[in-house]
Design a protein around this ligand. Structure first.
Ligand code: PLP
Length: 280
């Protein structure tokens, strides 16, 4: 495992972040997480472009070009020697006296860690995850992959203490996304998910799944739906870079069948995409 802070590779445990770094004083920055299978980054271009989009949205000038960032990731991967890894990239607005307005001149700081991928227990993929729903108390720009994750942290902790794996945000009854995942339901063979508006993160896994679905002839509806629709779904699953396509077995008090043809099909197709990367 290895890290990078502000122009150099450092030990993963090195203490390198200065007190007045804005990432930890304000959460003033953005991030990305990229999964690596068999030493090969998965959908790296898409992640880097989303990073650029997040940077533009907060008027942050990236300290490196996307090409340079890609090369840093590849160099880091090689130095780490890891095969099943997660690349975490963070860009903060830098180090400055603690004042809210932007530093002048701009001085963004690039941070990266490359660590072993979190292992998702295989029984979760078979049995499914339990989720609870919770009011979405986040800001209106959740399409930005911002470092401000306090509501997500609170929601995930609420899930954990209630014996669940994930919390699903709803805004006045409209189902948005999970605390670190996107949410899908299947009803009568049709796949439903909240549209890619500003109120959710436009997950890379979400867009992969939508593409796989349309290639398979599964009808897709990207329109808001409410909690009752979620409870009455035939199948529910969540997606993310680290969880991939993950079935849901329970939402609040409602249990779901383990017969889930659409979810299983998408898991199978997602695995085929991974296999393409793994075998090069
Ligand atoms: N929604 C939120 C709030 C997230 O934090 C994440 C990822 O961490 C996702 C959705 C899933 O996005 P992706 O598939 O790009 O990992």
């Amino acid at each position: 495992e290895i890290a990078f802070y502000n122009d150099s590779f450092v030990d993963i445990n090195a203490k390198v972040v200065p007190i007045q770094e804005r990432a930890h004083q304000f959460g003033d920055g953005i991030y990305e997480v990229i999964r690596v299978y068999n030493g090969r980054p998965f959908y790296m271009d898409e992640h880097l472009h989303r990073l650029q989009k997040s940077a533009e949205a907060i008027e942050l000038q990236l300290p490196y070009t996307l090409n340079q960032i890609e090369n840093l990731c590849l160099e880091g991967l090689e130095r780490s020697t890891l095969k099943e890894a997660e690349i975490y990239i963070q860009i903060s607005r830098g180090i400055y006296t603690r004042q809210h307005h932007f530093p002048e001149p701009s001085c963004a700081v690039f941070t990266m860690t490359i660590k072993n991928a979190r292992v998702i227990p295989e029984n979760k993929r078979v049995n499914g995850m339990k989720v609870l729903t919770t009011e979405d108390d986040r800001w209106k720009n959740c399409y930005i992959k911002s470092l401000n994750l306090l509501p997500n942290v609170m929601a995930k902790q609420k899930a954990k203490v209630n014996g669940c794996d994930e919390a699903v945000f709803h805004d006045d009854g409209i189902v948005k996304e999970g605390s670190s995942t996107n949410v899908f339901t299947v009803k009568n063979g049709i796949l439903h998910t909240y549209p890619a508006l500003n109120g959710i993160l436009h997950g890379i896994t979400r867009s992969i799944v939508l593409k796989l679905a349309s290639e398979t002839g599964i009808e897709v509806v990207e329109e808001p739906f409410n909690l009752d629709f979620l409870y009455e779904a035939d199948e529910v699953f969540i997606t993310s870079t680290s969880m991939e396509v993950m079935p849901v077995s329970q939402v609040d008090e409602i249990e779901f069948s383990t017969v889930r043809p659409v979810t299983d099909k998408l898991i199978e197709q997602f695995q085929a995409l991974k296999d393409d990367v793994i075998t090069g």
